[in-house]
Ligand binder design. Structure first.
Ligand code: 1CP
Length: 351
């Protein structure tokens, strides 16, 4: 059954108001990877789980981890604690998180491996995530929004083809040149899986969703960026808009350089997350098209002090003329002292 869309334009939640195009000052704030290893309370809970995946699949634990940064810092949004790699995992690919090494996957080789992928397994295989979303929604107050997310097809494909992260992805790069049709087919299966997953997250309780194309920057020609970042994401955005109208979709093609505007225009995303390489001037230009989110260098938050406070104020001031969600340009660095996050939030809110 399709739920009746909530009238978000009148919501009290600052994040949803901004994603609907309103200007809110001070801007709402949340941080990518706000739940995670820099928080002692996360590390404590994580010790009790059998591993990272077990943690994601335990709604009691995952909802508690999601809420930790909300309690500590009063963020305007919670992003559900999970991972982008739950998608290949639910399709039967082996995904392991080796301590200190990041994710390791069984590598996807040829036609047969791609043909065997069944996108219809992804929602049934991720019911714990849906329960986590319900639990978090029940615990949030009426000013804090709940964000669901998924990895973009190209980024998921990169992990599946190379079997590991780290940003080099030689096998994926080779496939763009040597077997582009197979990469098209893989991205099509992943678009279907991600569309279903995001709709299910919305039905569970997510009020906005973000699509992380963390490795879109590897696509270094207009043609390849269009083919494997924009095209699959456009199909996902169309699907979410059609099936769950009114729920904003935030796109994050990290490393897109001067292709952000093209990405916004071509995918139809409701808001754009940018990385720290993107200038405030570029953000201001993007802000005339859609609400903007991001930019603060995570290294500045790691360092703390006056440079952090000044950067936060400069970003707020520069973008105060339009819809703006405060965020980093990438995830919180794990060595970040939690007090620096508190400093950021206080500087932003002018207290
Ligand atoms: O050891 C541990 O405790 C696991 C570390 C960890 C955590 C805390 C991983 C492994 N994933 C996560 C949570 C996570 N991942 C969230 C939770 C919500 C929040 O933001 O607070 C989110 C949104 C993600 C998304 C994610 N996972 C992305 C997209 C964003 C980005 O950082 O670019 C990517 C690329 C991943 C893959 C992944 N999972 C984990 C790691 C260390 C990585 C990155 C590996 C690499 O560098 O290639």
């Amino acid at each position: 059954m399709t739920p009746i869309p909530t009238p978000q334009a009148t919501t009290a939640k600052p994040l949803l108001r901004v994603l609907n195009g309103q200007r809110v000052d001070p801007p709402p704030v949340w941080l990518m990877r706000q739940a995670g290893r820099y928080l002692p309370e996360y590390r404590e809970l994580r010790k009790q789980a059998a591993g990272f995946m077990a943690c994601c699949n335990n709604p009691e634990m995952a909802s508690e981890i999601t809420l930790q940064p909300i309690r500590r810092f009063g963020m305007d949004a919670a992003i559900v604690f999970s991972d982008i790699l739950i998608v290949p995992h639910a399709m039967g690919r082996i995904v392991r998180f080796a301590e200190g090494e990041g994710p390791l996957l069984e590598t996807l080789c040829g036609e047969a491996d791609v043909a065997a992928l069944d996108p219809d397994l992804v929602v049934p295989g991720n019911q714990p995530l849906m329960e986590t979303l319900c639990r978090v929604a029940a615990a949030l107050d009426d000013t804090t929004a709940l964000i669901g997310f998924a990895g973009a097809p190209f980024t998921l494909a990169s992990y599946m083809i190379d079997g590991r992260g780290g940003g080099v992805f030689p096998r994926t790069r080779a496939m763009t040149a040597e077997n582009p049709d197979l990469l098209d087919r893989l991205c099509a299966v992943l678009s279907e899986a991600v569309s279903q997953l995001l709709v299910a997250e919305i039905d569970a309780a997510a009020e906005a969703v973000q699509i992380f194309d963390s490795w879109a920057g590897l696509l270094d020609s207009d043609e390849s960026f269009m083919r494997w970042s924009i095209t699959p994401i456009r199909s996902i955005v169309e699907r979410v808009h059609r099936e769950r109208p009114g729920v904003p979709v935030i796109g994050f093609p990290r490393g897109a350089g001067d292709r952000y505007q093209n990405f916004v225009e071509e995918t139809g995303v409701d808001a754009i997350q940018v990385d720290q390489m993107t200038s405030l001037e570029t953000m201001k230009a993007l802000q005339t098209l859609v609400p903007v989110q991001g930019n603060l260098d995570p290294e500045l938050m790691l360092a703390g002090g006056d440079d952090l406070v000044n950067a936060v104020r400069r970003i707020r001031e520069t973008l105060s003329g339009g819809p703006h969600v405060f965020n980093l340009g990438h995830g919180v660095v794990k060595e970040t002292p939690p007090e620096h996050v508190a400093t950021l939030v206080a500087a932003l809110r002018g207290v």
